[in-house]
Write a protein that binds this ligand. Structure first.
Ligand SMILES: [Zn+2]
Ligand SMILES: [Zn+2]
Length: 290
């Protein structure tokens, strides 16, 4: 048995969304309405405002002109330890320094938890790997966080992700802006979700099931698992790489498509699609029994 997050994609459409954006309610430079307008202008289909230890509720969103964008209630749990997103929050949970308790509180409330920008800071250790390994019940990590590009550390964390996936964890990789500034912080990273129910609950459920990919500019047009083969097409990719346990590359192709045999001994198979400049798309892992 295996789990293919992209199984039977039908009756929906791909929506782009960022789950990590700050406003003047914490340390961002723009108001809620200005941030919403900025993402709507970029063609995003969903957005979560994630101010530090400040709850963006459905009631708050009621007062905003959404321009058709789906707004997800949430927060960024910041005080006391490594930062987490609470996506689809029903309330503000306590920023307990014991992060397992924060994850448990999130799961007892609504929505899900993501650990943010693991490779931020001088020693690339904002969220230590030991914590990611010992914590349970969170849904994923940010494998790309735009704002870290102009701060210490690395914006990328696919290294952390491969280590976790290799130990059998089922975790999804997210790409987010973490926008703070009015200029230059938006449109760097996003998630492309196959949504059939275009509501906050529908988007949250889609993300929870891994029916999305993370992107900084490359668009995936097809991913299919059939008769032991996995085929992927990404219209503006210049190279596609297939990666399994411990980060091993089992195949790559210079072009917009790649077809590989499903691995027989690996626990996961994921794809990186590399485009022009510094643009990528990262699929979620297709999970196999080892
Ligand atoms: Zn943060
Ligand atoms: Zn943030």
């Amino acid at each position: 048995m295996f789990y293919n997050p992209y199984e039977a994609l039908s009756n929906g459409r791909w929506l782009i969304g960022n789950l990590h954006a700050h406003t003047t309610a914490s340390d961002g430079e723009s108001s809620h309405q200005e941030v919403v307008d900025e993402y709507a202008k970029r063609g995003h289909g969903f957005l979560m405002i994630s101010d530090h230890d400040t709850y963006a509720s459905a009631e708050l969103y009621d007062g905003i002109d959404t321009d058709g964008m789906i707004l997800i209630p949430g927060t960024e749990i910041t005080a006391g330890g490594p930062h987490l997103l609470h996506v689809g929050a029903g309330r503000l949970v306590d920023p307990d320094p014991e992060r397992q308790r924060v994850v448990d509180s999130i799961n007892a409330d609504a929505g899900f938890a993501i650990f943010n920008h693991p490779n931020w800071q001088k020693r690339f250790d904002h969220c230590p790997q030991e914590l990611l390994e010992s914590c349970s019940g969170y849904l994923g990590i940010e494998i790309y966080n735009g704002v870290i590009s102009r701060l210490e550390g690395s914006a990328y964390a696919t290294d952390r992700w491969d280590m976790l996936l290799s130990s059998g964890e089922r975790l999804w990789g997210f790409a987010n802006d973490d926008s703070h500034r009015a200029e230059g912080d938006t449109g760097h990273g996003w998630n492309v979700a196959y949504v059939t129910d275009e509501s906050p609950a529908g988007v949250i459920d889609t993300l929870a099931r891994g029916r999305f990919y993370a992107s900084t500019g490359v668009t995936i047009t097809d991913i299919e698992v059939e008769a032991g083969h996995v085929t992927i097409e990404a219209v503006n990719a210049e190279r596609i790489v297939a990666i399994t346990d411990h980060g091993i590359r089992i195949a790559q192709a210079d072009g917009a498509s790649l077809s590989v045999d499903a691995p027989t001994r690996a626990g996961y198979l994921r794809f990186e699609c590399w485009g022009a400049g510094e643009s990528f798309a990262w699929t979620q892992p297709i999970l196999f029994d080892r």
